[in-house]
Design a binder for this molecule. Structure first.
Ligand SMILES: Nc1ncnc2c1ncn2[C@@H]1O[C@H](COP(=O)(O)OP(=O)(O)OP(=O)(O)O)[C@@H](O)[C@H]1O
Length: 218
């Protein structure tokens, strides 16, 4: 087994929390196979941020189709070179977002399709959720300056965050490591990154284990 003692690790979190950056750093250091979410070339995403009502359904369907295709491809092909697979999203993310973006009748239809697919997706050994207050996320989103994300507000981020927390409550069988990063930058501060690695390499029981990075760093 690799030094993280995991075969399939998921890094999740709200929009702009830094999950892709952390997943990339870890995959480089531990020579992991990296499964990254693709969204840059989703033609519905900019349209959705302009007109949510009109474009939410095609957006959600396209994310679902894309994520399924990607997981299937990545997990169907045996990989003899990597012991660890690392993803910057968990499949359930699709449903968390859809519950917030779709009207009830469309959500019910979406859910039927989702449930069929969800049963076929792999279960992670550990689900890491990177938490930051929504005010910090707004700053991060502004800083990275993706044009179409300009309309994201704290209410939207709060509702997505609630969706994640609800998901954890409804899935007590999943080992979740909920790390409160607050405003701490693990990209520039090596000691923070090392603490995250130590945390992630441990074994966790099913359910939520909460850790506050500021408390650990003292
Ligand atoms: N199912 C979905 N429905 C609506 N929007 C989505 C969905 N999935 C992703 N998005 C949007 O796609 C963009 C990228 O999302 P995501 O949170 O994965 O990446 P990110 O914000 O770059 O994350 P990080 O900064 O933590 O790496 C965001 O604007 C997000 O709101």
């Amino acid at each position: 087994m690799n030094k993280l003692n995991k075969k399939y690790l998921v890094i999740e979190g709200n929009i702009g929390t830094g999950k892709s950056t952390l997943a990339q750093m870890i995959s480089k250091d531990f020579d992991a196979r990296l499964v990254m979410e693709t969204f840059a070339d989703n033609p519905f995403l900019p349209k959705f941020y302009n007109d949510q009502e009109r474009y939410a359904f095609p957006l959600e369907l396209s994310f679902l189709a894309e994520r399924y295709k990607q997981l299937k491809k990545d997990f169907d092909t045996a990989d003899l070179f990597h012991e660890l697979t690392l993803a910057d999203y968990h499949f359930f993310k699709s449903l968390i977002f859809a519950a917030k973006t779709l009207p009830e009748d469309e959500y019910r239809l979406y859910r039927q399709i989702f449930d069929i697919i969800y049963g076929m997706t792999p279960v992670p050994d550990l689900y890491v959720y990177l938490h930051r207050p929504v005010e910090i996320l707004i700053q991060q989103i502004k800083k990275r300056g993706r044009e179409y994300e300009k309309s994201i507000d704290t209410d939207y981020l709060k509702s997505i965050q609630e969706g994640y927390f609800q998901f954890f409550k409804e899935h007590p069988e999943l080992p979740v490591l909920l790390i409160n990063l607050d405003d701490i930058n693990f990209e520039t501060d090596k000691s923070v990154y090392n603490s995250l690695i130590t945390l992630i390499s441990k074994e966790y029981p099913k359910g939520i284990t909460r850790v506050n990075v500021k408390t650990i760093l003292g």
